[in-house]
Design a protein around this ligand. Structure first.
Ligand code: ADP
Ligand code: MG
Length: 341
């Protein structure tokens, strides 16, 4: 038999149809539809969830419940029935050690450890000082007097936060002391809460963006924009985008909470060395594996000179992005400054 005779003759339209069918079959399955949910009531800020497909509703409920639970634990303003929280510790300042739940102990222990690593710029014992500034912000004007600031600062020594790891107790040694967990609580809570989701999930808790892996739409990573400080609610104005396939991207800025005095904008991140708001940068964004550390670093780097901040972020293994007053950007990843007017 000739060679040609062994090859069956297939009409051309059938070949085309077969190739088309193969292409159709090998196309990846359609990505599950993207879903979002917003909620409030946690950490005095707005929260956003992004996930996919049919499991989203149940996942979102779990994430939200965990965020609420952690909000109650880390709250310094309100009591909740049956909950020993950060306010309980503050209420017992100068009086008695308080046995606290595991998560609260972990946040306080982490906070104390990072005081030393940030040259004292990150201080969870700073409570009395931000309280004075928040009173001015609530009035929408003014600044505390130097004498009251000095008196408040005298009650902010981190060495007066006494931890007992065996009993899991926290004792604020002087009456009038108070913890303020505002610069770590949202990061810590976003990490624990997003871990509750079984499907791919992104949680943005007031600028603390935590993800539990890559998105479920085929992309390798989520793209998280660094907001323009003067147009923070317009994502199209983002200055730079950070890719995250896990961990977190956290921003501290002068534009989220602030008030004016004599035409000067006063932010809510207080330099423990001066008891006054830091004003070196418009914002600092920190990206890396642990959202709580991102939150701590974003606050500390907001107050540190850039060289020191670069060194600290580098040693910790985190990426940092500074938005400077002229809106130019400095980035540990490129270690150079880019103009971005
Ligand atoms: P945001 O809460 O907007 O995400 P931060 O994470 O930087 O911003 O936290 C700022 C809050 O932390 C302030 O509102 C205050 O309650 C508290 N805080 C201010 N300055 C410091 C500081 N130097 N160290 C620790 N906490 C601080
Ligand atoms: Mg912070």
């Amino acid at each position: 038999m000739s060679r040609a005779a062994r090859i069956p003759r297939v009409p051309v339209p059938c070949v085309v149809a077969a190739v088309l069918a193969a292409v159709l079959v090998s196309r990846p399955p359609a990505a599950p539809p993207r879903q979002t949910e917003t909620f409030t009531g946690c950490f005095d800020t707005a929260a956003l969830l992004i996930g996919y497909g049919r499991g989203f509703t149940a996942d979102a409920a779990r994430v939200r419940a965990r965020a609420e639970e952690l909000h109650h634990l880390l709250d310094i303003y309100n009591d909740y029935e049956g909950v020993t929280n950060a306010k309980t510790v503050n209420d017992n300042a100068g009086a008695a050690p308080v046995a606290v739940p595991r998560e609260l102990y972990e946040v306080i222990e982490t906070g104390v450890a990072w005081h030393g690593r940030t040259a004292g710029k990150f201080n969870i014992a700073l409570g009395p000082v931000p309280r004075l500034w928040k009173e001015c912000a609530a009035r929408g004007e003014g600044r505390p007097g130097p004498d009251e600031l000095a008196a408040a600062l005298a009650l902010c020594d981190i060495r007066d936060v006494i931890l007992d790891p065996e009993r899991q107790t926290v004792f604020l040694a002087k009456p009038g002391m108070s913890l303020d967990l505002g610069a770590v609580a949202k990061g810590y809570a976003s990490r624990l809460a997003v871990e509750e989701a079984e499907g791919a999930m992104l949680l943005n808790l007031g600028g603390n963006v935590a993800v539990n892996g890559p998105p479920a739409d085929g992309r390798a990573a989520w793209n998280i924009g660094v907001a323009h400080p003067d147009r923070p609610n317009d994502p199209s104005q983002s200055l730079i985008s950070v890719a995250a396939s896990g961990g977190a991207v956290v921003t501290s800025g002068d534009y989220q909470r602030y008030h004016y005095d004599d035409g000067q904008r006063l932010g809510h991140i207080i330099d423990p060395d001066t008891a006054r708001p830091g004003a070196l940068y418009r914002s600092v964004t920190v990206a890396g594996p642990d959202a709580a550390i991102c939150d701590i670093l974003s606050t500390a780097l907001f107050l540190l000179p850039r060289e020191e901040g670069m060194k600290l972020a580098g040693e910790a293994g985190y990426r940092a992005i500074w938005v400077l007053p002229d809106l130019s950007i400095a980035d540990t990843e490129t270690e150079r400054t880019m103009d971005h007017q």
